[in-house]
Design a protein. Structure first.
Lengths: 222, 221
């Protein structure tokens, strides 16, 4: 049973301290909802969790094993949805998705992409080139990546942006299915989203005030 | 390995659908060389003397032209983050994208080069060597350029910065490339210079993906 945790995480962007002393733990089937005002570090935390950013201090662990020791194995279990949808304008929706599915190791990328688009309610735009897709359709296409190739850890940065009611319902259903299969969801959002029994992590509880970043240079204390 | 092939395939498909990249590089190469007879006069001996250098400098500039975009599009639309997370290691991503870039811009240059050699009145002995030096040299240009493209990712006016960073590194390739052709045209063996060019490629092939991947990780932070 996978278990994802972080202890005493500190995130430094440039010379600005985003948060410090942050702990979290999510077990298999669990969900973590990140809340907090703009700039409180929700995106930074998700990027930390994905391994795109390195924590200034603290440790992330999967099943108790430090992620920093095995970055390549961690990469292979993460699905990350960021602010951008990574849709190529000259490729059709199906080609876009099939590329990511193939890269993720799907045995039959086209079939996986076809099924995933259908579950996100975007089957009718399969042949439409990326440049003609609306923002919501691009977001559905991006979210369909999560379904096309199964990975245990979903890191979703504002996944509901640009989605309509139907899109949000489909996303909620997929997240519930993912969790019932033993997966983990970490999501940041400002919108109302239905994540039953999710642990809420309010990032404004880890203030950076009162801690001078100049200490960072000489401090072994962290 | 499968991911590598998929990535090369995707980049080729993107370039071919967008179309302009390959065409622009070749047209730039041809026009650049064609300008020289207008500038230095149509004296055949003068043209023959400078042919090797001119063609090589033009090839070098043409390959630089599209390098700025190598990672830019993927960086801007978020694909690079996903490439860094899923599938092949980032080093393989750099190598795959560089290979696709070379296939789209380097190969057409090589195909166009004999025509330009005739135009520049290059001695017949030099022509096969010209093609050989370009075959060995342009992949090195793409590989070294990929490091620069990764380093300047996200920088304002990255293209100018890229030229300043990369052009000095192109000098050895230029010296041995043009040197081999001059040697062959003068009736000497071109083998030493060709071996040195291949040696440069052999060094760039493992080193450039490592350096490029490190630079990309930095850019993604």
């Amino acid at each position: 049973m996978p278990d994802f945790s972080g202890t005493d995480l500190t995130c430094l962007r440039g010379d600005r301290l985003v948060f410090r002393g942050l702990d979290f733990q999510v077990a298999s089937g669990g969900a973590l909802l990140l809340t907090g005002p703009n700039g409180s570090g929700k995106s930074s935390l998700l990027r930390l969790m994905a391994g795109l950013l390195r924590p200034f201090s603290g440790q992330l662990a999967w099943n108790g094993e430090a992620i920093a020791d095995e970055p390549d194995r961690h990469r292979a279990r993460v699905h990350y949805v960021g602010h951008q949808d990574a849709v190529k304008p000259v490729l059709s929706a199906l080609e876009n998705l099939a590329f990511w599915a193939g890269l993720g190791g799907a045995p039959n990328p086209a079939a996986a992409a076809h099924g995933a688009l259908a579950s996100m309610g975007a089957a009718h735009v399969e042949a439409v080139p990326g440049r003609y897709l609306s923002a919501g359709q691009k977001r559905r296409l991006n979210l369909a990546r999560l379904i096309a190739v199964r990975r245990p850890l979903w890191l979703l940065d504002e996944p509901t942006v640009a989605l309509d009611r139907d899109g949000i319902h489909r996303l909620e259903a997929e997240m519930a299915r993912h969790r019932s299969d033993g997966g983990i969801v970490v999501a940041s959002t400002h919108a109302e989203i239905d994540l039953p029994c999710a642990v809420v992590l309010a990032l404004d509880r880890f203030p950076a005030e009162g801690w001078d970043t100049d200490d960072a240079e000489d401090g072994d204390a962290w | 390995m499968k991911g590598f092939v998929r990535l090369v395939g995707r980049d080729l498909r993107l370039s071919l659908r967008q179309g302009a990249d390959a065409f622009v590089a070749v047209m730039f190469f041809v026009l650049c060389v064609v300008l020289f007879p207008f500038g230095v006069g149509p004296e055949p001996n003068v043209l023959a003397r400078i042919a090797a250098g001119v063609i090589w400098v033009a090839a070098l500039l043409a390959s630089l032209l599209s390098l700025e975009r190598l990672f830019q599009a993927d960086y801007e639309d978020g694909s690079l983050e996903l490439l860094a997370l899923g599938g092949p290691p980032l080093e393989a991503v750099v190598l795959a994208k560089t290979l696709a870039h070379w296939l789209v811009t380097g190969l057409p240059l090589i195909a166009a080069s004999p025509l330009l050699a005739v135009l520049m009145n290059m001695p017949a002995d030099g022509m096969p060597v010209l093609v050989l030096t370009l075959l060995a040299g342009t992949p090195t240009l793409s590989l070294v350029g990929a490091i620069g493209a990764a380093l300047t990712l996200g920088a304002r006016r990255g293209g100018v910065l890229l030229s300043l960073l990369i052009l000095p590194l192109y000098i050895p390739v230029l010296i041995f490339g043009a040197g081999a052709i001059d040697a062959a045209a003068a009736g000497f063996a071109a083998r030493p210079q060709l071996l040195l060019l291949t040696g440069l490629l052999a060094a760039a092939l493992p080193l450039a993906p490592l350096a490029g991947a490190a630079a990309l990780r930095q850019a993604l932070e």
